[in-house]
Design a protein around this ligand. Sequence first.
Ligand code: SF4
Ligand code: SF4
Length: 368
Amino acid sequence: MRKVEYRKLPHGTEQIGTLGIGTGGLVNASDEEIEYAISKAIDNGINFFDLCAWASNVFAPFGRAIKGRRNEIYFQLHFGAVYRNSQYGWSRDLDQIKQTFAWEMQQLGTDHVDFGFLHCVDESEDWEEIVSGGILQYVQELKEQGVVKHIGFSSHTPSVCNRILDTGIADMMMFSLNPAYDLECGDEYGIGTTLERARLLRRCETMGVGVSVMKPFHGGQLLDETTSPFRKKLTTTQCLQYCLDRPAVLVALPGIRNVTDLDLLLTFLDATPEQRDYSVIGEFTPQTAVGNCVYCNHCQPCPAHIDVGLVNKYYDLALAGDNIASDHYDKLKVKASACVQCGRCEKRCPFKVKQMDKMAQISRYFGK
Ligand code: SF4
Ligand code: SF4
């Protein structure tokens, strides 16, 4: 068995493997290949999957692959992605959503959904329709019945994400995330400034809302220097590690088309720290992203054993008025004052944070 890192869902007991699988790309694979790929993923310790009605052919073989192993895995299912007349569609019609859900459960051969997601809530109007059309109420009723264990939502838009987070209904958020989107070099799905996106993830972390990541490779564009917006390619391992270092992220969900794609992803589990190192993106970090610590700890190891990300996080939270953050900082065994000003972290930080000055500043702020 390879080494999978598991992270706990803050509002639950689920231990989620950081490498998950998006199944939409299996739309052209045979039933046998889908069943084999899912079984192989589970055999390798992967326990989290995204299922979307647009790849309706995946449901039955997925159901066969998890037969007898249902308690080994979790999946997220989207309310609003519908399947009718053999075609994927997108709907806010409650009856269609109910029909699709019944069909999905029958195909999967299960009686519960780990994460019931409100699908693709990109505009404020989407959210209003979900509420006024009874979709939210329907998913909440399913949760009360124990059919849906946790409510989540998928979105590409930070402002809409914040609106949903305000309601407190979500335990999980699916968000499009990769270095191109975060550095404002992406496409129409890379919505929001670097700062807005960073703030959103920090908010999720503060609220205990887990994040599952879609589009970790920018639709594959980051893997090829001719399509990468940076004109330099990154590896799948670098992109995955980048996503997993962002605040609140529990799992990245790259899509696979076949078993060959799965085998490539599995190499992430054996990757060395050097292979996971993505500090090359520091070369193309734009001015707007420079200087903001995102707590990724990519700058480790620190010779003074300072948890640089955590120290920065408690500082930012304390500045934002969170009183508990100071208590947490007090409990740290190694505080900012231990910084020996060696500058190693500054050389490794992709966001060019001036951490030597910052440590002195934090130490002064907390008085230690
Ligand atoms: S200083 Fe840079 S590398 Fe270190 S935690 Fe902050 S953003 Fe990450
Ligand atoms: S400058 Fe300070 S925080 Fe950074 S690695 Fe050196 S001792 Fe650690």
